[in-house]
Design a protein around this ligand. Sequence first.
Ligand code: RP5
Length: 175
Amino acid sequence: IVEARLNLLLNRESLDGQITVPPRVGIIMGSDSDLPVMSDAARILNSFGVPYEVRIVSAHRTPEMMFSYALSARGQGIQIIIAGAGGMVAALTPLPVIGVPVRASSLDGLDSLLSIVQMPRGVPVATVAINNATNAGLLAVRMLGVGDADLQERTIQYQEDMKNDVLAKTEKLET
Ligand code: RP5
């Protein structure tokens, strides 16, 4: 179900029959209601050709699954975890964890932001802006790019494209 919804969000046909490569990034979240936000990270990883997996694991609803995922991710070859929320995961893995505060219904995401960014010493979580899973994907690409020149080159190209896009829009406004 998650994959079907993700394919829909990414306008992607089913992966059935395609050869899949081992994921380098794990995208996890506490509920499928986080998918519309977290799929932005998948979209970025797709565009950079970084293989990833998506899992719904909740520290509150399925703690055993979340523990199991966090404890086994490194051994499965995962290099970075992007987590809607994410504090608990960072306590269970030596991998870099990028936390995405997801704006739930009531407190406009501030609750999620503070619960992720205010980690105690010894449990670091890189935290991006509320609902900004795009930046979580881009940060994961940059982290991987430190040891992958081709990927780092693509980050440089992404930055160039973004700058040119802004310049083009600015010129359009000034004409
Ligand atoms: C969190 O509570 C989930 O990650 C989600 O962000 C929020 C609401 O979850 P649902 O009630 O929509 O399943 O644990």
